[in-house]
Write a protein that binds this ligand. Structure first.
Ligand code: 5AD
Ligand code: SF4
Length: 445
């Protein structure tokens, strides 16, 4: 008998990739994906724990989904991912309707775990030093972009971050398996591959480093673009920079998390680089890859962050000129080192700082995007915008969202688009109606 699975994913792309792994595993065991929780035998949430807000959202959702168990007590409600690993048994205590708690290294046995959870509440939160799921085949969602997790875990232990505690030690997929996955993605019709890892450029399999991995992947036929996220500044070797510059399919774009522009804060964050070292790296990237687009992650309100530290972040953002940035309020995470330190920046002040920083970045993004007006960009077509079938969107080489009038293009085509206008979040191709401005924000969200 086929069982029906409903799966919701929260958090980063690693989780999206993990959900595809889980789905692949469960399809192999006779499960079928349904898109409504009230039709499912098994409801699974793949969760995030990076900030408290992420956990609050999942608690809310679990409350809603629990009601399915009132009408159909046989339904299995499972929580997977980082929040499962973080809270373990506490999750079963706090939400008694939960039957299964499974951490990021427990997916191999998912079918058996679900069987066990039909009988009694089941916990599978042992982390592994070796699990890479190298032999499991992910069931990838349709689209132009295939996620390939090339390494798992993190050994950096930044003081604010619980990833090393919920995803365990760093380990890499064997190179042969990485290339096999790229070839498989190409054969399935994907045009872009995104290599994923918490510190993706720390990849290593014997003598094969991240640079060589890019070079080998670059030779796979059928794939048009190869991206990766997120690299750690301290792992960005000269060899990796050369590979980014020389690999034809690796676009001129890197997401390079900075976190703070203040050396004092970077030190307490245990980021292992200074502002000067980071900027030397940016300089090297710009020299090797002219016109490279950079994006980043920033945190405001870290314990001890003074007004002067915050100003240093503002100045860094101005100096470096990122195309875009993900900006977060610091959120203490039990288990991470900084959670033991007193919070010195009240929430009101975090809000003030994040608002200023977002506004500043928005102005920079707009300036950068406006500089593209009049040029022609190559867009990998993804499909219609939410507002209109006549207008499609896709990403440029620089990973900017571009909206363009649809003619005969098919999903996955590379389209030349002349940029007529820009917003902070996207470029508008010639012939796009102004109503599409609103649609842009939809695409971005
Ligand atoms: N509080 C706020 N932001 C955080 N991040 C990681 N941990 C925290 C935290 N405790 C941010 C970092 C990281 C991104 C994925 O999430 O900026 O790069
Ligand atoms: Fe977290 Fe730092 Fe590892 Fe990134 S490098 S996952 S921020 S500990």
């Amino acid at each position: 008998m086929t069982r029906r699975l409903y799966l919701e994913t929260y958090g980063c792309q690693m989780n999206v990739a993990d959900s595809e792994l889980m789905l692949g595993r469960l399809k192999g065991a006779g499960y079928r994906l349904v898109d409504r929780a009230d039709e499912a035998d098994v409801i699974l949430l793949n969760t995030c724990a990076i900030r408290e807000h992420a956990e609050q959202r999942v608690y809310g959702r679990l409350g809603e989904l629990s009601r399915h168990k009132l009408r159909r007590p046989g339904v299995v409600l499972g929580v997977a991912g980082c929040m499962a690993q973080h809270l373990r048994g506490k999750l079963l205590e706090r939400v008694p309707q939960v039957d299964l708690v499974v951490g990021p290294d427990g997916y191999r046995n998912l079918p058996e775990l679900i069987e066990a959870a039909c009988e009694e509440p089941t916990l599978a939160v042992r982390l592994s030093r070796v699990e890479t799921y190298e032999d499991l085949i992910p069931a990838r969602a349709d689209g132009v972009r295939a996620w390939v997790s090339i390494m798992r875990g993190c050994d950096k232990f930044c003081s604010f971050c619980i990833v090393p505690f919920v995803r365990g030690r760093e380990r890499s997929l064997p190179i042969g398996e990485v290339i096999r996955q790229v070839e498989h993605a190409a054969a399935e019709g994907f045009r872009e591959v995104v290599f994923l890892g918490q510190t993706v450029n720390a990849y290593r399999d014997g003598d094969v480093d991240f640079a060589e991995l890019l070079e080998r992947a670059d030779r796979v036929e059928g794939i048009a673009r190869i991206r990766f996220t997120s690299p750690h500044p301290s792992d960005m070797t000269d060899r990796a920079i050369e590979a980014i510059a020389s690999c034809r399919k690796v676009p001129p774009q890197v997401h390079l998390p900075l976190q703070s522009g203040s050396d004092a804060v970077l030190e307490r964050m245990r980021r292992t680089y200074t502002m000067e070292e980071y900027e030397v790296l940016v300089e090297k990237l710009r020299r090797a890859v002219p016109g490279i687009a950079l994006s980043t992650d920033l945190i405001v309100g870290f314990p001890g962050e003074t007004e002067e530290d915050f100003s240093a972040t503002l100045r860094a953002v101005e100096r470096i000129g990122y195309e875009s940035a993900f900006i977060f309020k610091y959120s203490p995470r039990p288990g991470a080192r900084s959670a033991e330190w007193p919070e010195t920046v009240p929430d009101r002040e975090k809000t003030r700082r994040i608002t200023i920083l977002i506004d500043r970045q928005k102005a920079i993004s707009l300036r950068k995007n406006q500089a593209d007006v009049g040029s022609t960009v190559e867009v990998l077509a993804e499909g219609p915008t939410k507002r209109s079938d006549m207008e499609w969107f896709g990403k440029s080489m620089h990973f900017k969202t571009v909206v363009f009038p649809h003619r005969e293009e098919r999903v996955g085509d590379l389209v030349s688009v002349r940029v007529a206008a820009a917003t902070p979040h996207a470029l508008l191709g010639e012939g796009v109606r102004s109503a599409a401005f609103a649609a842009l924000e939809d695409v971005h969200a």
